[in-house]
Design a protein around this ligand. Structure first.
Ligand code: ARG
Length: 460
């Protein structure tokens, strides 16, 4: 294996140790970011007169060529190299000769990898933001197209109050809206440039960290060289945000699984997103939402894993930290795939409005509306609640829905009930009377959808 550091050593590396130590199999993902960082670093070395301008120019040109090779897959990123940094530098010296060795002046792999990883994370956070917005768009479109569908809202998974289907699905829009902000927020903290910290203590060369930071699009250079090479908060914050976002997708999945069961039959997942059973001919299994729910555990595992890796590390860089990349890559791949497949699945999902409405009409979902009615007639809420509960119990005993009770039957529990009660206790009335901001009436949900569209349009 070709190494950058064998000068001090007289014994060859143990084969097993070498394989165990190597990171090229996964950090090759950072190749383009590694090269981008090196281009700016060498430009800075030339500008500052730390290396010859001619060498700097030759190195920069060679790096641009290597970037092309990396993009087209020509660049050798095989296991014969310890890591991506070694592979790029070896290729560089192949092209420009020993002068290529000047690139690493005033730099260590410790600040180099901290830079590469941040550059990479910054780019992929952009992909995550687009994928979140892509799913949000499908949610809004589903909500807008089905404003007439009423379903039961649940608390404790017991029928609570009727809600618009659109209101239910827009709840997931709001969760993703916060996820979006979390990724924006963490990317601003991620956006400081660690290059120039060297191995731990800074460098004896007159480098220009401001220049490097600015050229690479960072807000500023990081302020403490020790912290710069030992900080992996940006990876942890990314995985925390990913874990929360996956938790939302997992709850969404759980509801789709539940609502697509024959017991609920509120929604129908399209066949393209389901699988059959090898033994039971009637089965259409919701594998995709199940897998998203399952993969959520994997993302939590990644976050927990890196937290545990980091918790006992003395300052500054320790090789333990090489464990940061695979978990982050895995969380990223899982999150992106889950967001994208969710966005593809939603438009093809069918909705059974009749079944939803039927379910919403059962379970005395408008009992609160009866209580609210009595309150408006002057009864304190506690007493109104009591009268409504007794009415529900009576109706249940008679096997009737609330709206099927005769007026005298209502009056058994409160003389305040009048014939206008029937205008309040239907499912439709119950929904549409909830006009409070953020409530489930058509009006309130329309306002919510308008706001959501404003947000999505602002991204264009
Ligand atoms: N592959 C290493 C990592 O990912 C790069 C940094 C190596 N630094 C060192 N001092 N060995 O952490």
């Amino acid at each position: 294996m070709k190494k950058l550091w064998s000068g001090r050593f007289s014994e060859p590396a143990d084969k097993l140790a070498e394989e165990f130590n190597a990171s090229i199999s996964f950090d090759k993902r950072l190749a383009l970011h590694d090269i981008r960082g090196s281009v700016v670093h060498v430009r800075m070395l030339g500008r500052q007169g730390i290396i010859d301008a001619a060498d700097a120019e030759a190195i920069e040109q060679a790096l641009l060529l290597i970037a092309e090779e990396a993009e087209t897959g020509v660049l050798q990123l095989s296991d014969e190299y310890e890591d991506v940094h070694t592979a790029v530098e070896k290729r560089l010296t192949e092209i420009v000769g020993p002068a290529g060795g000047k690139l690493h002046t005033a730099r260590s792999r410790n600040d180099q990898v901290a830079l590469d990883f941040r550059l990479y994370m910054r780019d992929v956070t952009g992909y995550v933001l687009s994928a979140i917005a892509g799913l949000q768009k499908e949610i809004v479109s589903k909500a807008s197209l089905n404003m007439d569908a009423v379903m039961p809202g649940y608390t404790h998974l017991q029928t609570a109050q009727p809600v618009l289907f659109s209101h239910w699905i827009m709840a997931y829009f709001q969760m993703l809206r916060r996820d979006y902000d979390r990724f924006i927020d963490l990317s601003s903290r991620m956006n400081n440039c660690p290059l120039g910290a060297g191995a731990i203590a800074g460098t004896t060369f007159p480098i220009d960290r401001e220049y490097v930071a600015k050229e690479l699009g960072f807000n500023a250079p990081t302020a403490n060289s020790i912290d710069s090479v030992s900080d992996r908060d940006f990876a942890l914050e990314f995985m925390s945000a990913a874990a929360i976002c996956m938790m939302h997708l997992s709850r969404f999945s759980e509801e789709l699984i539940l609502f697509s069961s024959s017991e609920f039959a509120f929604i129908e997942l399209s066949e393209g997103f389901c699988t059959g059973s090898s033994i039971m001919p009637q089965k259409k299994n919701p594998d995709i939402p199940e897998l998203i729910r399952g993969k959520t555990g994997r993302v939590y595992g990644g976050l927990t894993g890196l937290l545990v890796t980091m918790k006992g590390l003395p300052l500054a860089y320790n090789k333990d930290m090489q464990e940061d990349k695979e978990v982050v890559f895995d969380c990223l791949d899982t999150l992106l795939a889950s967001l994208r497949i969710f966005a593809a699945m939603l438009p093809k999902m069918g909705i059974n409005k009749e079944n939803m409405l039927k379910a919403a009409s059962k379970g005395y979902s408008t009992a609160t509306d009866l209580a609210d009615y009595l309150v408006r007639k002057g009864l304190p809420f506690r007493q109104a609640h009591n009268a409504a509960s007794q009415t529900v119990r009576y109706a249940a005993e008679k096997g009737k829905l609330l709206q099927e009770l005769e007026l005298p039957e209502f009056c058994l529990f409160s003389s305040l009930v009048d014939s206008d009660i029937y205008g309040y206790i239907t499912v439709e009335a119950s929904v549409n009377n909830r006009k409070s901001f953020g409530g489930t009436s058509q009006e309130s949900v329309t306002a919510q959808i308008n706001d959501a569209n404003k947000f999505l349009n602002s991204l264009k």
